[in-house]
Design a protein around this ligand. Structure first.
Ligand code: GLY
Length: 412
């Protein structure tokens, strides 16, 4: 079989490695890919339009395309592929709005009784500031459009909230994404991510995980795409799973079917547990990064390949997970998620034991160089989170490059 994986990060490298583990004879293309994906498949040159990619897929007889990165979703890649009767894993544009348009997403949650924190929507800065007049609470200020993991600002009082609103709605730090905002009740609790696979009829949840979004230890500093991840999430017990299914997963499935938002692909629930209740903060309509890198090594052989093929065969799969824990640490370039240098020589990749994934590096004449903010994902797999964490941090010692940075508290 032939696959095309869309994206250029560690998530796409992890998806490719998993497909090859399940069947070493599959042929994988990556668009555009990175130095890691180039070692296990073929990186496809950049095209100026999705139509050119369609021509590539037809010419090379690709069986299934898997969309990793959200950037392509908002460019309607899935709708275009469907138009040309090509098989693709990912949400069509309307379903992708569950991630790409937060106001659309909140209306969907409200309509189907999906438990989410209280929130208000604002179309201009003055309205939003007026709402704050008698309000000194903590909030999550969210841009309506996606801002690549950076469009949520947590505030602790009126002054901070006003500053955040000004930055988003007046100074336009996130461009048009911040034309409208949601001011959401701040929930103090334990964050959980549950990724699932939607085969058009059923939502199949994966193991729970915990993403470390902030750049600094103890969750200090700016939001990033993710600086580490552990699975399973120690805060998910049986009763919280039941609560999740009843108040979030089942009404989501009902809404997706009634609104004709069915698709074949990943659906990510970003959640918060507080006072023994679970709340949905947001959906992402894709596999998370670094959640993919953290979860896929725990999935039993052949499950992933079967899952990817299942919707096209009208089947629903049951996933089986290894009885281990996983800890993923992201090594980044110092300065990320703001300004950072690239082109730094990386030492130690050749000696790394699996699993590990390349996020942003290229290889030239057997030497590796950094190409982006997030560079490498180092994994530890163990009998407990502590063991997995220990193994991951041991492995990191082998890696060196100028101005590298990683959080020291993943899995603590
Ligand atoms: N790690 C969070 C995300 O993929 O958006």
């Amino acid at each position: 079989m032939k696959f095309l994986i869309i994206g250029n990060g560690g998530r796409e490298h992890a998806i490719g490695k998993k497909l090859l583990e399940d069947d070493p004879f599959v042929k994988i293309y990556f668009y555009p890919g990175n130095g890691g994906t180039d070692l296990i498949g073929n990186n496809v040159k950049k095209y100026s339009s999705i139509l050119e990619l369609v021509v590539f897929v037809k010419k090379n007889k690709i069986d299934i395309t898997i969309v990793g990165s959200e950037i392509f979703l908002m460019q309607k890649i899935v709708d275009i592929f469907h138009h040309y009767k090509l098989k693709i894993i990912g949400p069509h544009y309307l379903a992708a709005k569950l991630e790409g348009d937060r106001i659309f997403s909140k209306s969907f949650m409200n309509k189907y009784g999906i438990r989410t924190p209280k929130h208000q929507i604002f179309h201009n800065y003055h309205e939003a500031v007026k709402f704050l007049e008698d309000n000194n609470d903590s909030f999550a200020i969210k841009t309506n459009g996606i801002a690549y993991g950076k469009g949520v600002i947590l505030t602790h009082n009126k002054k901070e909230t006003k500053e955040a609103l000004k930055m988003i709605m007046v100074k336009k730090k996130f461009g048009k994404s911040g034309d409208k905002v949601i001011i959401e009740e701040f929930l103090n609790g334990k964050e959980v991510s549950i990724i699932s696979f939607f085969d058009g009829k059923n939502i199949i949840p994966f193991l729970s995980s915990k993403d470390y979004k902030k750049i600094g230890d103890n969750d200090i500093g700016l939001n990033t795409g993710g600086m580490g991840c552990i699975a399973p999430n120690p805060h998910m017990n049986h009763s919280i799973w039941m609560d999740f299914k009843k108040n979030i997963l089942i009404p989501t499935l009902e809404g997706l079917i009634l609104e004709k938002l069915n698709f074949f692909g990943f659906l990510y629930f970003g959640l918060m547990i507080t006072s023994n209740k679970i709340y949905l903060l947001e959906y992402n309509t894709r596999f998370g990064d670094p959640e993919a890198q953290t979860l896929l090594p725990l999935l039993m052989k052949n499950n992933f390949l079967h899952m990817i093929k299942s919707p096209f065969q009208g089947k629903t799969v049951h996933l089986h997970w290894k009885n281990y824990c996983s800890c993923c640490i992201v090594i980044s370039s110092k300065g990320y998620p703001e300004k950072y240098d690239i082109g730094k020589k990386i030492m130690g990749i050749e000696k790394l034991k699996e699993p590990f994934f390349i996020s942003g590096a290229r290889r030239e004449k057997n030497t590796w160089y950094t190409t982006s903010g997030r560079v490498l994902n180092i994994l530890g797999i163990g009998n407990s989170i502590q063991e997995a964490r220990y193994l991951a941090y041991q492995k990191i010692k082998q890696i060196q490059f100028e101005n590298y940075y990683f959080r020291k508290d993943i899995g603590l």
